[in-house]
Design a protein around this ligand. Structure first.
Ligand code: UDP
Length: 242
């Protein structure tokens, strides 16, 4: 973000990948793709490919981390070494620890953890291929995986980013736009209450631009939510026909 460059990211009102400013990349979501997880989801979002697996609720280990009032939700965002252009050094780093923390906090707002005291729910998201916007793709997939696991939830978490490139507010930045753009604002929205459960900002926006970006992301989250719902419905249709 904010890297100075002469790359022109918008030409004749279109972005380099042909999208209009308020257009999402193509998204496909499939629920229930892993036999050994309690819930799972595979999601492609532009060039991002992510796999989410949920285990639990199960006994909380180590015991001293358990909570007598609710389940502990653990979230691990992990980038595969082959997910990016330059090999990503395996294992956690500052960035993935941060993403995991804020994503867990977003999901804690919707999963009815108080129904499962002393237990834990593990949410693992593997980034198989990254092309910017992976934290949003990961959280969107994790939310489907949690619903697929049958965990009671009061709402769905849907994450979409907006930002600014060449002075224009745009939706869902791709890699070049993330690298050479002026701002990136990942957001996660609860569809029914309208609450924002994750909000970050990299770069600078005026108040007006921020409002525009947030409005764009919230609007787009409705479309992504429909895809999340459709993925869950498809899974149960398939199961019913077996
Ligand atoms: N990226 C990378 N190596 C890293 C971290 C990120 O190549 O160690 C790339 C990857 O394509 C990622 C993008 O940079 O999607 C943007 O990263 P950012 O930290 O903004 O998070 P994201 O937009 O993926 O949520």
């Amino acid at each position: 973000m904010g890297m100075k460059s002469d790359i022109q990211l918008i030409k004749d009102g279109k972005r380099l990948d042909g999208r209009k400013p308020n257009e999402l990349r193509d998204i496909t979501i499939k629920a229930g793709v892993l036999d050994n997880a309690d819930g799972s989801c595979y999601l492609e979002w532009g060039g991002n490919k992510v796999l989410a697996g949920v285990y639990g609720p199960k006994q909380c280990l180590p015991r001293h981390l358990s909570n007598p009032y609710k389940a502990v939700l653990n979230y691990r965002y992990n980038m595969a070494p082959f997910s990016v252009d330059d090999r990503k050094r395996p294992g956690p780093d500052r960035r993935s620890v941060e993403i995991s923390k804020i994503s867990a906090e977003a999901l804690e707002r919707v999963v009815l953890l108080e129904k499962f005291p002393e237990t834990m729910v593990d949410v693992y998201v593997e980034i198989l291929q990254a092309e910017a916007g992976t934290r949003c793709a990961a959280l969107t997939a994790a939310s489907v995986a949690l619903a697929d696991a049958g965990l009671p939830m009061k709402d769905m978490v849907t994450a979409v980013a907006a930002g600014k490139i060449d002075g224009t507010v745009v939706l869902d930045l791709n890699k070049a736009e993330d690298n050479f753009g002026q701002a990136d604002v990942p957001m996660a929205v609860l569809q029914h209450s309208g609450e924002i459960v994750l909000l970050q900002m990299d770069g600078d926006l005026t108040q007006k631009e921020f409002h525009q970006a947030a409005t764009m992301a919230i609007e787009a989250s409705k479309k992504v939510y429909e895809l999340q719902k459709a993925a869950l419905k498809d899974k149960y249709k398939e199961r019913g026909s077996k």
